[in-house]
Design a protein around this ligand. Structure first.
Ligand code: AMP
Length: 119
């Protein structure tokens, strides 16, 4: 599977569609999810063209990997989620129902999140 340049997060990165940007560094950006599943629902995405966690973990450089995982904490602390708790979630492939084929981590918090997986 090759990277789809027309996916919605690629368009956000190219400035073709807007987002509520809340964080940016050399390797990633974060913005609010358009359909929040918690009081705070943030998406952190790499600027590089990676389809999913599987692709990112296999092909990203050390700098991209380190920076991305540091950014999760930076973003969470920016909204005090480190104090009350948060969950990170990344979908890969059909069983996970990944909708957008550009790697992203959901950062969810701001309220009690309930069970890990809804059945
Ligand atoms: P996933 O199922 O892990 O691929 O999640 C994709 C997420 O992207 C969903 O939570 C959507 O609500 C969110 N989303 C889709 N389009 C946009 C957009 N234009 N701006 C912000 N979030 C979006």
């Amino acid at each position: 599977m090759s990277y789809d340049e027309n996916n919605v997060f690629s368009k956000i990165l190219k400035g073709e569609i807007p987002c509520e940007l809340i964080y940016e560094d050399d390797f990633s950006i974060a913005f609010n999810d358009i359909n929040p599943q918690a009081k705070k629902h943030i998406l952190l995405i790499p600027k590089g063209k990676y389809i999913s966690m599987d692709d990112f973990s296999e092909k990203a450089s050390q700098n991209e990997l380190i920076s991305f995982f540091r950014a999760i904490g930076v973003v969470a602390r920016k909204f005090d989620l480190d104090k009350t708790g948060y969950r990170i979630l990344a979908n890969h492939g059909p069983d996970s129902h990944q909708e957008v084929p550009h790697f992203h981590v959901h950062i969810l918090g701001g309220n009690s999140l309930g069970p890990l997986i809804a059945r």
